[in-house]
Design a protein around this ligand. Structure first.
Ligand code: UDP
Length: 338
C-alpha cells in the first residue's frame, strides 16, 4: 500500500515507518521536525519506498502534497512529553487540535483509512482500576497545565469519531500507554530514558513524588504491531483501542531496576512534584490498560516484558554512546527547549 505517516520522524513513527517498509509498503513521511529527527529514519534513509516531506500537518497545502497517491494514513504528528507540555500548553493544544482537524478534513474528503494515535493520558486520573475504553475520562481542571495534552487528544478522538459517524471516515483510534524502546529521547522528560541516561552518567535518578505511582511500559515494537493489526480490520473502524502492556511497576521500583541493570553507582533521589512542574501539578497515581478489547478484536498480546524492554533500551543507549545528562529538572529550568 501507499501510506502516509504524519510524525514519521518521531520515536514511535520511525519504528512504524520501518515496519511498513519492511512489509513492502511505500511510505511518505510528513514531519515538521519539531520533536522528530531525520536521524530517527537513518536505517531506512536510502530505502526506495520512502519519501520524506518536511512540513506541518496544519499546513493544508503541504498536507495535500504529502497525501498524493496515499491509500491509508497513520497520524502520529503531535507534541509529546508531560514536562514539555506543561511548559508549552498553548503550542501543544494548537498543534494537536488544529493539526488533527486539518488532517481529518483532508482524509475524510478522500475516504482514506486512518489510524489515529491517541494516548492513555486521555483517561486522566482514572479510578485506580485497569483503564477500559468505555470509561469516563477523568481529566483534571484546565488550570492545571498538565491536562492540556489530554484535553487536546480527547478533542482529537471526538472529532475523529464524529467524522466516522457523519462522513463515513474509516478511522481507528489507538491509545498508547507509556511507549518506550530504542530511539526514545529524554528531551521531553519521559521517565525511562531519563532514568537510563542518569544511571549511565552515574548521577542521581530523579524520582518524582513518593515514587509509588505506577505505569505500564510498552515496547514500541508491540505498539506498532498492535496498530498494524487493527489497521487491517474493517470491524475496528469507529472504535477506540488500548494498546500496550499491562505489566505494572511503581516508578521507584523502575529506578531500582535500572540501577541494578546498569550496575550504576547512582543514588535514587526523591524530588517533590512542585520542584519539577511548579505548584499546580497533578500526577496519575495508577495507569494500567485493560487489553481485553484489542485481544478480542485482533488477538493482540504484548510480547516484550518489562525486564526485556529495559535491557533492550539500555543496550541501545550504550550503543549510541550516552550523551551528557539533561539539565536538572527544576522549576527554574522552564525555558528548557525541546
Ligand atoms: N517521573 C519521575 N522522574 C523523572 C521523570 C518522570 O519520577 O525524571 C515520573 C512522572 O512524574 C510520572 C512517571 O514517572 O509519575 C511517568 O512519567 P512520564 O513523563 O514518563 O509519563 P506519564 O505517564 O506521566 O505521561
Amino acid at each position: 500500500m501507499r501510506i502516509l505517516v504524519t510524525g514519521g520522524a518521531g520515536f514511535i513513527g520511525s519504528h512504524l515507518v520501518e515496519a511498513l517498509l519492511a512489509r513492502g509498503d511505500e511510505v511518505t513521511v510528513l514531519d515538521n521536525l519539531s520533536t522528530g529527527r531525520r536521524g530517527n529514519l537513518a536505517a531506512v534513509a536510502d530505502h526506495p519506498g520512502l519519501r520524506f516531506v518536511e512540513g506541518d500537518v496544519r499546513d493544508a497545502q503541504r498536507l495535500v502534497g504529502a497525501l498524493a497517491g496515499a491509500e491509508a494514513v497513520f497520524h502520529l504528528a503531535a507534541h509529546v512529553g508531560v514536562r514539555w507540555i506543561v511548559r508549552h500548553s498553548l503550542e501543544s493544544l494548537r498543534n494537536n487540535v488544529i493539526g488533527t482537524m486539518t488532517l481529518l478534513d483532508e482524509v475524510a474528503r478522500r475516504g482514506l483509512r486512518l489510524v489515529l494515535f491517541s494516548s492513555s493520558e486521555v483517561y486522566g486520573k482514572g479510578r485506580g482500576e485497569p483503564l477500559d475504553e468505555r470509561d469516563d475520562l477523568a481529566i483534571g481542571a484546565p488550570s492545571v497545565a498538565r491536562w492540556s495534552y489530554a484535553t487536546g487528544k480527547a478533542v482529537d478522538e471526538a472529532l475523529a469519531l464524529a467524522y466516522h459517524a457523519e462522513r463515513g471516515l474509516p478511522v481507528t483510534i489507538v491509545r498508547c500507554f507509556n511507549t518506550c524502546g530504542p530511539r526514545q529521547t529524554d528531551r521531553f522528560g519521559m521517565v525511562l530514558p531519563t532514568f537510563i541516561r542518569q544511571a549511565l552518567a552515574a548521577t542521581p535518578l530523579t524520582v518524582h513524588g513518593d515514587g509509588r505511582q505506577t505505569r505500564c511500559f510498552s515496547y514500541v515494537g508491540d505498539v506498532v504491531r498492535g496498530a498494524l493489526m487493527l489497521h487491517a480490520l474493517p470491524a475496528a473502524h469507529g472504535e477506540i483501542f488500548n494498546v500496550g502492556n499491562d505489566e505494572e511497576v511503581a516508578i521507584i521500583d523502575l529506578a531500582r531496576k535500572i540501577v541494578a541493570l546498569t550496575g550504576s553507582t547512582s543514588t535514587i533521589q526523591v524530588v517533590p512534584y512542585a520542584q519539577v512542574f511548579g505548584e499546580a501539578f497533578e500526577d496519575i497515581r495508577r495507569r494500567v490498560p485493560a487489553l481485553e478489547k484489542i485481544r478480542a478484536f485482533v488477538g493482540y498480546e504484548p510480547r516484550v516484558a518489562l525486564d526485556e524492554l529495559l535491557q533492550l533500551t539500555v543496550a541501545s543507549f550504550r550503543a549510541r554512546g550516552a550523551a551528557p545528562v539533561a539539565p536538572a529538572e527544576t522549576a527554574a529550568t522552564r525555558s528548557l527547549a525541546p
